[in-house]
Ligand binder design. Structure first.
Ligand code: ADP
Ligand code: MG
Length: 249
């Protein structure tokens, strides 16, 4: 009996240790997010303004020398313009991430949110999209803009995972209490060693990636009392599943 009791105590101790570890990880993640948020605010104000000034100067110079501008100078003006746009995009991404506010819920048909996210995505011709949207799904309470952001992030990740083309299948379905939205790609997949890092802010395997997409998705979905999960096989593809509750209490 004593051995049994000891085993139970040991098990309880282990459970508490695990819970503590999870809570500590979550706290570290939240602190990291707060720091990024502050930094993003500074970037937004301090870098956007000078960028705007540079943009105006380029415009002025281009206008001034419109008629007799040398080909080479014109090419460099275009480079400046493109690079400014790319800085601007980075700032927008970071700000979008940092500004995540509590959701403002509206009764919504989830399929329409999937459809707008898809229509806004920049899908290359080499990628075939198939949408299999459940019929007569109940409306759910969501923040439309935020959930759209989640779907767009997952869709762009899927596209980026299929540089040589492939297939993206999106479907929606329901159980008694949840609506699930799945995004299945036939892309590069996720290597085992990265599985635990995916939702960590600033984790990215891309040269131009910020690594904020999935961290933002997770914040948004957890504020909706939902779940975001994935399964992946290297070189075969990945499936992301977002689950949202039908009744919000
Ligand atoms: P980013 O897209 O800026 O890299 P994310 O947070 O959106 O940041 O994604 C983090 C990382 O997760 C990506 O760099 C990539 O390695 C991996 N990832 C996300 N979605 C997929 C996917 N569908 N297929 C393969 N890898 C993915
Ligand atoms: Mg991304």
């Amino acid at each position: 009996l004593k051995a049994k009791q000891l085993a139970v105590i040991a098990k309880e101790k282990e459970d508490v240790r695990l819970e503590l570890a999870v809570a500590t990880d979550e706290l570290a993640r939240k602190e990291k997010l707060a720091v990024i948020g502050k930094l993003a605010g500074i970037m937004g104000h301090e870098i956007r303004n000078p960028l705007g000034v540079i943009r105006n100067s380029i415009y002025f110079l281009t206008m001034k020398f419109k008629e007799n501008i040398d080909e080479k100078v014109k090419r460099h003006m275009d480079i400046l313009q493109t690079e400014i746009d790319s800085c601007d995009k980075i700032i927008s991404d970071v700000l979008e991430f940092a500004r995540t506010r509590p959701p403002s819920f509206t009764e919504t048909e989830i399929n329409s949110v999937v459809e707008t996210s898809l229509s806004k995505a920049n899908i290359p011709k080499t990628i075939k999209v198939e949408a299999n949207l459940g019929k007569s799904l109940p409306k759910i309470n969501i923040d439309i803009a935020q959930v759209k952001q989640v779907f767009s992030n997952i869709i762009s990740n899927a596209i980026e995972a299929m540089p040589k083309g492939g297939e993206l299948r999106i479907s929606t379905s329901q159980t008694d209490t949840f609506i699930s939205i799945t995004f299945k790609d036939t892309g590069v997949g996720i290597p085992k060693e990265n599985i635990d890092k995916l939702f960590t802010p600033l984790f990215s395997t891309k040269t131009k990636g910020l690594g904020l997409g999935l961290a933002a998705c997770q914040n948004i979905i957890s504020a909706h009392h939902g779940k975001i999960e994935f399964e992946s096989k290297k070189n075969q593809g990945t499936i992301f599943i977002v689950t949202l509750p039908i009744h919000k209490n």
